[in-house]
Design a protein around this ligand. Structure first.
Ligand code: AMP
Length: 457
């Protein structure tokens, strides 16, 4: 199958070929003809499947097909909503890339940067706008965006938009759009909330699914590395150094943790930058650009900041800490193994996280191989403690299935054995160590790694 038979114009095909794509991905084969027919779409697509081109290519075609000679400012005809700034910027980059030989105008708007330059672009008139919901509403309230002529709406990564609490903003935006329009909704997972949103929004949608939802891409080699919490950073430096990993995306659970880890890795001589919601948009963009350019070896990110990061051939993702929500694991490791490339995802798992690991294996319906590295063996006498989600153990206001998070209460009491957590219950005495269940006989030594240096830094 080639792109030529999908019904796209010569200009769009030229842009696709400029980009070096020769064969459409499965989601593109399914989505492109349906969007060209004008159908509403509900797309279940894993990250890295090529879904952005799957919706962008045909929507550019439709906009070209329906362009009317226009006097005065061109009306905004296509709105693409994304959950994060990074994803918005990347989707807009795709719109520009695939539309480079077309006379269509586009822009991207998101928060964290000055609103005025965005206003100028909007006021001049655009065909396509990529936006995060909050900033879009700012523009609506300041009258720089008029959504009344939108023909095509795309909700990208809809599950994440709901997870991030954007439902009210989305509803406000939907109320401003014409009733008659084509709507494309993409989501990696389909919770009941997503189904409800889709039911209200989509009109007889075509359903496309390119990989089983909630399963992890097969191209990604996954491994769990058991290690004690206090030695994770040391081990990470050791693995990066001894394996000579050049580009590693590392996930932490908290912004503070991301900062601290980037700093510590820097002290170990490994160039690192952190991105998270507290960093300015400028700092986030710079860190990502440096990482992509190879100037920074490690990018430490929180889940939300990393959403949508698209780096060609990113070889390594490391979960320094497992996410509280098992679905986030799928999103995280989907940053590697994209577009048919091989990738490796390693999770450093301490005793506190064994329940989270079980949740992930249940969700992905697969058992992840376990390894240890000589010199970094676990100490089975260390008891599980509740997982803290930030400074002072404040629980993040996020959502379903919050794992074994008990908000970090009574940590000291628990350390002294005075209080039982779910972790404590399963590690009440040594003979019932959670590790014996977690590692079993399946654990293997990380033989292809070097030995840990004696003295262990
Ligand atoms: P996405 O799932 O849209 O984030 O795309 C993942 C990656 O696949 C991006 O780096 C795209 O540039 C790349 N990509 C998209 N379509 C194709 C294609 N047909 N052939 C090769 N790479 C592609």
């Amino acid at each position: 199958m080639s792109f030529d038979s999908l019904g796209l114009s010569a200009e769009i095909l030229r842009a696709v070929s400029d980009k070096g794509y020769t064969t459409p991905t499965p989601i593109q084969i399914q989505a492109i003809p349906l969007v060209l027919e004008g159908r509403d779409l509900m797309g279940g697509a894993q990250t890295g499947t090529g879904k952005t081109a799957g919706f962008t290519l045909p929507l550019l075609q439709r906009l070209m097909d329906t362009t009317k000679p226009q006097k005065g400012r061109r009306p905004l005809r296509c709105l693409i909503l994304t959950p994060t700034r990074e994803l918005a910027a990347q989707v807009h980059e795709s719109v520009q890339t695939y539309g480079r030989h077309l006379p269509l105008k586009s822009a991207v708007v998101f928060g964290g940067v000055s609103i005025n330059p965005q206003k100028m672009k909007l006021i001049k008139g655009l065909d396509i706008l990529v936006a995060t919901p909050g900033r879009l509403l700012d523009h609506v309230s300041q009258r720089s965006a008029d959504l009344s002529k939108v023909d095509i709406l795309v909700l990208d990564e809809a599950d994440r938009m709901l997870d991030m609490g954007f439902i009210h903003d989305i509803k406000k935006v939907l109320a401003l759009l014409p009733k008659e329009k084509q709507t494309l909704l993409f989501s990696a997972t389909f919770s009941n909330d997503i189904k409800k949103l889709a039911n209200n929004l989509l009109n007889n949608p075509a359903l496309i699914e390119v990989a089983q939802i909630n399963t992890t891409a097969e191209r990604i080699k996954q491994v769990v590395h058991h290690v004690d919490k206090g030695r994770k950073r040391e081990l990470l430096s050791f693995l990066i150094g001894s394996n000579n990993w050049k580009q590693v995306l590392v996930f932490t659970r908290t912004k503070h943790g991301a900062n601290r880890l980037a700093e510590q890795l820097g002290k170990d001589g490994i160039t690192s930058a952190a991105i998270h919601g507290n960093k300015s948009q400028g700092a986030r963009t710079r860190a990502l650009a440096d990482f992509k350019a190879g100037k920074v070896r490690v990018l430490v990110a929180t889940d939300i900041a990393a959403r949508g990061i698209d780096i060609d051939q990113l070889p390594h993702v490391v979960n320094f800490e497992l996410p509280n929500v098992a679905e986030d694991y799928v999103h995280r490791i989907g940053r590697t193994g994209r577009a048919g490339n091989e990738g490796e995802a390693m999770s450093l798992v301490c005793v506190d996280e064994l329940k989270l690991l079980k949740d992930i294996e249940r969700l992905t319906k697969s058992e992840i191989p376990k390894i240890t590295t000589e010199g970094y063996e676990i100490d089975p006498s260390i008891k599980a403690e509740p997982i803290q989600n930030g400074r002072g153990g404040k629980q993040q206001p996020r959502r379903r299935n919050a794992g074994n998070n008990s908000g970090g209460r009574n940590t000291s009491a628990r350390r002294s054995g005075g209080n039982k957590s779910s972790g404590d219950r399963s590690s009440g005495n040594k003979s019932e160590s959670p590790w014996s269940k977690a590692t079993g006989n399946k654990s293997r030594r990380n033989n292809n790694q070097n030995r840990a240096p004696s003295g262990n830094r």
